[in-house]
Design a protein around this ligand. Sequence first.
Ligand code: ZN
Length: 384
Amino acid sequence: MNFKNVHIYVADSLRWDYLPDTISELGVTFKTVAQSNFSAPSFATLGTGLYPVQHQVHNWGDVLAPDTPTIFELDGLHTGYRDHAEGTEATVFRILKQDEAVDLSDLKPPFLHVERNSYPHVPFGKNAPDTVQEYYNDRGNDWQQMRRDYKCGIKQSVNRFQKRLDYLEDSGLLEDTLIVFTSDHGELFGEYGTKGHGSPTCPELVYVPTVFINPQLQEEDFQINPQSEIIEHVDLVQTMLSSIGYGNALTTSGVDLFSRDRMRDWGYNHINIVRKGRKFYTAESAWDYNGGHVFAQNKTFYRFIYAISQFRDAPARENLVANPTKLIRYYIKNTELFGSPTHSESKSKENIDTFTDQLSREEGYAHGLSENEKERLKNLGYLT
Ligand SMILES: [Zn+2]
């Protein structure tokens, strides 16, 4: 498939099972294995086409190495990034090495534009309370209310996306543009006794939707079957680059889904939550369409501490205290099975080890966070 332009719209925190039919029906929808469980590592992947163990952005304070190329640095292409997230937008700009916000309408063809919209992220939507903390204080003990608010945030995000489609159509750009609607990770509403995202690794956080949209595009144009096979964020990046003639301009770890079958029938997710130099939750996992195996990697003691730290978290405290064993159990187990994946636990572990041994590694490094950023991230419930 050949297009001139790409617009990627990332609805932050939209999990797979909450994708509205109105979006799915616009194009070809793939169940997607997010490369990580929160915005920082997943956006670094969307910006590079590399896995977190390659680009090395694992936490909010990490940045890409200066010589790690991104999709925004391609010769002959007008590129830009727009972010509507409150509190983390400056940090994601830094991760992606972007200086200023660029609207879709600012770019002339050929263009590549990425937009992050955080309405599905806590506190859910544009009329919500100011901070995540305020939201949880207000509603954090009512999972049903939170799900309703989440749906409301998704609806607002979809409305904004619709405006982008309208703009492309009104400007005569729709035919020449591949539009990709996706998300960076999912969200929890009491499953495993907790909320939000980041950890523990589970299907609700790992599976996100990707919808490829263009009037000419059909399911048959893809080499993989959306009804039974997964794709990964890295494939999304390679596919959109190839479709605008930049398939060889960047070395990604994904495949062009229009021309090549995926080499593996599973996808790889990795999370490494570090606080003050200590690994509090590190896990890797392998997922196919029907489920996956999770392998915790850091010391059980620190995972236990991390689980306990969530009890201190005032917002959803009552819910957590009501269900303490559930939460702790998921954190301290070294392996966990979800659903009914094709491969056994031992085969999955072997697959992951063989696969990650072959991956190239970039030299990422910790940039550190300013006091201001720390405060904002705390307000979003990221730093405990
Ligand atoms: Zn996010």
